[in-house]
Design a protein around this ligand. Structure first.
Ligand code: KIV
Ligand code: ZN
Length: 512
């Protein structure tokens, strides 16, 4: 039997992760991520902030109902209204429902934001934990901005909330300010100075403003923290949160010097990363540890030579351990439904019969236009056909003429709120003409912030993949579209962004 101490993995992709600019997800998308997290066997899924909006409430309620393995947490401020609303959504998870309440404890937050004294903050924290404990014993308390809190006061708050019934106490580095040695000392201080500390699970939650979130989390674990809060691909507010895949793989790979284990089934990590970037449109940087496109690529000749002799020369973990298959070339025109379904399964997609049917039709059409279909093409098909936001705007047909002679002109036919509309517009180039036509038909006031084009795979028959970032009233969304014709891909990306904007506009959010 292994003597390794278990570390609870608390995933907050659907809550803190969703606070990333442009990362808002609809309920169906959140459910997909939650199912993937369940498959990965994380211990806790923080599904949202129920009082923030109707959409958040419904997402937490649906996740609490649908997910069976992991515990489901909902965030709430230290107020009766927030806590009651959180439990209303979480109750469906029964004893797996966790109320996560928080209040800030640093001088800077108490004085400038809360305008509360130490006494008032302790009182509010205790009152909140007691209120939550009236619903469930599964209560977590977070001391927001704990890292910038005077240690004796932090210890006092922690002791008080444990006495009030907090079964988990979280020590967040809310602004990503700490460094590993300092964070180690904070956790150690609490372990040594809070008399009832053994009655709670001590948790850490790191933001990545200085690029230290994973290092800080590992230092905290070494100092005695028992829960790590993290997100897939490290997404989150500002520079993001501690990345789940990095912290889990670091613990696994360096088990020799860190005797800890997690229950995460790491072979589902890659699928989770892909699913999240497909849904949010937030692309993973190629050199990102663990899940970046280059993370397992060995370019230099000397490395390739070593790898051929023995993989352990340059490989500290295998691609298979995160579910990354080397089998890149997958299907072609003659591939049947069985091979198609099997490959989707291997890529981590668990689709309904109806969705498989839709994806298969699209696959056949693509296979007619393109000789070889790669995994990335399948990802794009799933993103385009299955993982859709509700469609207020739909592209029906388009035609573009361009070249070095005549002015580029786009003719676009779209469905807008169920009505078919058509227009023709000229522009500075084919994409410009197309976007002008879509803007005219949709009557959007959104501002185009960014447009980028890439090829999903190599070759001149590769599908083009476009990303469009739009902004309206301070809210940003990312849209994606893929098609062998790059102008059609651009139009699809723009329309996808407009649909996301329409979904976001129906929601209002509270910012912490
Ligand atoms: O960063 C933070 O402090 C948080 C808490 C609400 C847990 O996200
Ligand atoms: Zn946070």
């Amino acid at each position: 039997m292994s003597k390794a101490k278990s570390i609870t993995i608390f995933d907050t992709t659907l809550r803190d992760g969703e606070q990333s600019p442009g990362a808002s997800m609809n309920i169906e998308e959140k459910l997909r991520i939650a199912h993937q997290l369940e498959k990965m066997n994380v211990d806790v899924i923080e599904a949202g902030f129920p009082i923030a909006s109707e959409g958040d409430f419904e997402a937490v309620r649906r996740v609490a109902k649908a997910i069976k393995g992991p515990q489901i947490a909902g965030l709430c401020r230290a107020s009766n209204k927030d806590i009651d609303r959180a439990w209303e959504a979480l109750q469906y998870a029964g004893e797996r429902g966790r109320i996560h309440t928080f209040i800030a404890t640093s001088d800077i937050h108490m004085e400038l934001k809360l305008k509360m004294s130490e006494e008032q903050v302790v009182e509010a924290a205790v009152k909140a934990v007691k209120r939550a404990a009236g619903y469930t014993p599964n209560v977590e308390f977070s001391a927001e901005d704990a890292v910038r809190t005077r240690l004796p006061f932090l210890a006092r708050v922690v002791e008080a909330v444990i006495d009030a019934g907090a079964k988990t106490v979280n020590i967040p580095d809310t602004v990503g300010y700490t460094i590993p040695s300092e964070y180690f000392n904070i956790i150690k201080y609490l372990k040594d100075n809070v008399p009832n500390i053994e009655k709670t699970v001590l948790s850490v939650h790191c933001h990545n403003d200085l690029g230290l979130a994973v290092a800080n989390s590992l230092a905290a674990v070494q100092a005695g923290a028992e829960q790590v809060e993290c997100t897939i691909n490290g997404i989150g507010e500002r520079a993001g949160n501690c990345s789940l895949e990095e912290v889990v793989m670091a613990l696994r790979t360096r088990h020799d010097i860190m005797p800890f284990k997690t229950g995460v089934q790491t072979e589902h990590i890659y699928a989770a990363s892909k699913l999240l970037s497909t849904i949010t449109g937030i692309v993973v940087q190629p050199n990102k540890a663990i899940v970046g496109a280059n993370a397992f690529a060995h370019e230099a000749g000397i490395h390739q030579h070593g790898m051929l002799m023995d993989k352990s020369t340059y490989e500290i973990m295998t691609p298979e351990s995160i579910g990354l298959s080397k089998n890149k070339l997958v299907l072609g025109k003659h591939s049947g439904r069985h091979a198609f379904v099997q490959r989707l399964g291997e890529l981590g997609y668990d689709l309904s019969k109806e969705d498989i049917e839709k994806a298969f039709v699209r696959f056949k059409a693509l296979a007619d236009a393109k000789k070889e279909i790669f995994d990335e093409d399948l990802d794009a098909i799933v993103a385009d056909e299955i993982i859709r936001v509700p469609e207020t705007y739909k592209l029906l047909q388009m035609n573009v003429s361009s070249g070095s002679f005549a002015a580029p002109t786009a003719t676009v036919e779209m469905e807008v709120d169920g009505k078919v509309k058509k227009t023709a517009t000229m522009g500075d180039g084919p994409v410009d003409a197309t976007f002008k036509a879509i803007k005219k038909l949709s009557r959007t006031k959104a501002r185009l912030l960014n447009f980028s084009v890439g090829a999903i795979t190599g070759g001149t028959d590769a599908q083009g993949e476009c990303t469009v970032r739009l902004e309206l009233d301070g809210r940003e969304v990312l849209g994606q579209g893929a098609h062998p014709d790059i102008i059609v891909a651009s139009a699809k990306a723009y329309i996808n962004a407009l649909n996301k904007m329409a979904t976001v506009a129906q929601r209002t959010s509270i910012h912490l």
